[in-house]
Write a protein that binds this ligand. Structure first.
Ligand code: SAM
Length: 246
C-alpha cells in the first residue's frame, strides 16, 4: 500500500458465498488450496511483432475473489482490450492520449492501452488487495518505456475521493472500465467520477460481457445522463459516454 492510500476491501464479508463454501468443504478437503491462475493476452504491435501480457490473479471461484472481485480477470476485460486494440479505435482513444482506467483489476486494459501508444496510463482501483496484484502485474509486464508511462493509484469512486484525485492528477482524454457495474448503488458515484475526470471532448469506454447482473442497460444510460453524459453503443457490450453539453 502506498503512503497516501487507505485500506479498502470491496466486500470484507464476501459476496455471500460463505454458506455454499461451507457445504462444499468435504470436496475441498481433497482439492488443491492453490487457486491462483495465470491469464494471457496477445497484443499485435505491428505486422511482425506480438507482445504477450501475462497476468497473475485467482480463479473466478476462489475465496480471494469473493472479497475482492478485482483479483481475477473478467470476460469484459478482453472485450474492452480487443475494442481499443482495433486500429481506428486505438488511434482515436489511445495514441498520444492520457488514459485513466477505473476498477482496473489485474490491469489488462490499461496495459494494452500503454502498449498501443497511450502517452500516459493511470490504472486505478479502490481495493487494496487488487492494487497490490495490479502493481505486481505491471512490474512483470512493463519495462523501460512502457513502465515509465504507467502508474497504479487508488481511486474510490464519487466524492470526496474524485475531487482530491482531480486536484492531484487533472483530467484525462480517455477513461476506460470493464465490468465495473454489478450493484445499482455504484452507478451514480462511477458516473460522477467520469464526469469529473473526463476532458471536455474525451470519451469514456465501458464494457460488459453479457449483462450488468440484474441491472438494465437503460438504467445505466439514464443515471449517466443525469450526470451530463450521453451514450452510444458502437458494438456488442461496448458503451461510449461523452459530455452532453459540448
Ligand atoms: C468485477 S471487477 C472488474 C475488474 C477488471 N476491470 C476486469 O474486468 O477484469 C470490478 C472492479 O471494480 C472495483 N471497484 C468496485 N467498486 C469500486 C469503487 N466504489 N471504487 C473503486 N473501485 C471499485 C473492484 O475493486 C474491482 O477491481
Amino acid at each position: 500500500m502506498e503512503n497516501d492510500e487507505q485500506e479498502w476491501i470491496e466486500a470484507p464479508d464476501g459476496w455471500g458465498n460463505a454458506k455454499e463454501e461451507e457445504e462444499n468443504i468435504a470436496f475441498d478437503l481433497f482439492g488443491s488450496d492453490d487457486k491462483s491462475e495465470t491469464f494471457t493476452y496477445d497484443i499485435q504491435l505491428d505486422k511482425d511483432n506480438c507482445k504477450r501480457i501475462t497476468l497473475t490473479g485467482f480463479e473466478l471461484d476462489s475465496d480471494e475473489t469473493d472479497h475482492s472481485t478485482g483479483v481475477t480477470l473478467w470476460q469484459a476485460a478482453p472485450r474492452l482490450a480487443d475494442y481499443i486494440h482495433i486500429q481506428q479505435n486505438s488511434d482515436m482513444l489511445c495514441k498520444g492520449k492520457s488514459v485513466l482506467e477505473l476498477g482496473a483489476g489485474l490491469g489488462l486494459c490499461g496495459t494494452v492501452a500503454c502498449y498501443i501508444g497511450a502517452k500516459s496510463v493511470t490504472m486505478t482501483d479502490g481495493d487494496t488487495k487488487t492494487l497490490k496484484g495490479m502493481r505486481e502485474n505491471v512490474k512483470h509486464n512493463c519495462d523501460n518505456d512502457v513502465g515509465d508511462r504507467i502508474q497504479c493509484k487508488q481511486l474510490l469512486w464519487g466524492a470526496p475521493h474524485m475531487n482530491t484525485f482531480l486536484k492531484e492528477n487533472g483530467q484525462y482524454d480517455t477513461i476506460i472500465a470493464a465490468d465495473v457495474i454489478y450493484t445499482k448503488d455504484s452507478i451514480v458515484p462511477l458516473m460522477q467520477t467520469v464526469a469529473c475526470l473526463l476532458e471536455k471532448s474525451g470519451q469514456f469506454v465501458l464494457s460488459r460481457y453479457t449483462k450488468w447482473h440484474s441491472i438494465e442497460d437503460e438504467t445505466v444510460i439514464e443515471l449517466a445522463k443525469q450526470q451530463g453524459l450521453e451514450c452510444t453503443q458502437p458494438s456488442k457490450g461496448i458503451f461510449i459516454f461523452r459530455h452532453s453539453n459540448i
